[in-house]
Design a protein around this ligand. Structure first.
Ligand SMILES: Cc1cc2nc3c(=O)[nH]c(=O)nc-3n(C[C@H](O)[C@H](O)[C@H](O)COP(=O)(O)OP(=O)(O)OC[C@H]3O[C@@H](n4cnc5c(N)ncnc54)[C@H](O)[C@@H]3O)c2cc1C
Length: 362
């Protein structure tokens, strides 16, 4: 793999666009980034000020970006990765237009729309700080680059929650994993535990079925996943359900060897020998970047209005990081589209007000 020098995206040597420059080969994700490279070489600097900056590259951010591009908004996408949580979904059965598609396939289509069909300036980077200032916001990235935008759309989604119990840190990646994996071969024919009772946990169970010997599902409540997935899981003969159980401890030597659980309100503990434990107990909103600027609810989600505006003028938010009902790809995408339309209207209003102020001066 090579890295695009403009947007820092990883690109394959086989499919990337290339140019020879100063005796070196450079690889690009798209025509747009190649053009920017040539602009930078001739003018020595790249644009750092935009009408709109979108932060986050999951379904909400990518859809907001494509909408902003089709609305001809002067916009920039800043994201740690392209795809977000959707990339972890091994089986999407509820996205319109597809009876079945995997997360990576859907994200590849979203990405194609962004960098080929409707090119938008983009950079793969962490945003570390957002500061409000007169007429907009300053954004600082992990590489300490600074950008300015008149308006922002925050689509930073959610990250996985931890159990915070003994052994969890010690055996991380030594048997304990969060969510699903591409390669389960290390638990081939072994006993495993899946912790959680929602759709994410049940998808992991489906992926492990046919690979692991016995699968213990441990959930502190009754299973809460979609009835269709629960019905499929119920047909698997190698699955044991422990509903309303608590995890007490992970233990082992160099790698995970067992997990201790206890039925709620009972004292007796059970030790289950397992080679792998896959934790999928939900997610927490990545709202810390803007928590000093706007209103969050008790779950830490950004509170939004129906047009995705927040309590801070010029700051819009969309997707899983918000209090919008339903954490789904189609909902995050729809909210991203709405946010892009509302942010554009906000920019048009800023222009109109500036024009009026100027007219009043005469
Ligand atoms: C295992 C799993 C399976 C799922 N299966 C399904 C399914 O079958 N169907 C369905 O509809 N939904 C499914 N979902 C839920 C779906 O993936 C989410 O609802 C959706 O991805 C939310 O999109 P989002 O853009 O709001 O946030 P996310 O997908 O969380 O994306 C957030 C983005 O923001 C970026 N980011 C965060 N912080 C920063 C920062 N400081 N600087 C820069 N970038 C940052 C992240 O890197 C990421 O690109 C699943 C989720 C999981 C975890």
């Amino acid at each position: 793999m090579e890295r695009d020098p403009i947007c820092h995206m990883e690109v394959s040597e086989k499919t990337a666009l290339t140019i020879e420059y100063d005796g070196r080969t450079f690889y690009f994700c798209s025509e747009g980034c190649l053009d920017k490279f040539m602009t930078e070489r001739s003018r020595k600097s790249l644009k750092t000020s935009y009408d709109l900056i979108i932060i986050g590259g999951g379904p909400a951010g990518l859809t907001a970006a494509v909408y902003a591009a089709t609305l001809k908004t002067d916009a920039f996408l800043l994201a740690r990765d392209l795809g977000g949580q959707a990339i972890d979904s091994t089986k999407i059965e509820n996205y319109m237009g597809y009876d079945f598609i995997t997360g990576p396939e859907l994200v590849e289509r979203f990405q194609y729309q962004l960098i080929h069909s409707h090119y938008m300036d983009h950079l793969m980077s962490d945003v570390e700080k957002i500061e409000p200032l007169e007429g907009g916001f300053h954004i600082t990235t992990g590489e300490l680059k600074k950008y300015f935008a008149k308006t922002l759309i925050i689509t930073t989604g959610m990250t996985r929650r931890k159990l915070k119990i003994p052994g969890e840190e010690e055996y991380q990646r030594k048997g304990i994993f969060y969510g699903s994996l591409q390669d389960f071969s290390f638990v081939q024919g072994e006993d495993v535990a899946v912790i959680g009772g929602g759709n994410s946990a049940l998808q992991v169970v489906e992926n492990l079925h046919g690979i692991a010997k016995n699968i213990h599902i441990i959930s502190d409540l009754k299973l809460t996943g979609d009835p269709a997935i629960i019905a499929r899981i119920n047909t698997f003969s190698n699955v044991q359900k422990y509903e309303e159980y608590k995890i007490i401890e992970f233990s082992g030597q160099d790698t995970l060897a067992s997990i201790i659980i206890r039925k709620k309100a009972e004292e007796k503990t059970i030790r289950l020998p397992v080679k792998g434990a896959f934790i999928a107990i939900g997610l927490q909103p990545n709202s810390a970047l803007v928590s000093h600027l706007l209103k969050l609810n008790e779950k830490g989600e950004i509170m939004i209005q129906p047009d995705c505006s927040t309590s801070h003028p010029g700051l819009f938010a969309a997707g899983d990081v918000t209090d919008a009902y339903g954490k789904r790809i189609i909902i995050a995408s729809g909210e991203g589209a709405k946010a892009a339309m509302a942010a554009r209207q906000y920019i048009l209003n800023l222009r109109k007000n500036k024009f009026k102020e100027k007219a009043n001066e005469y």
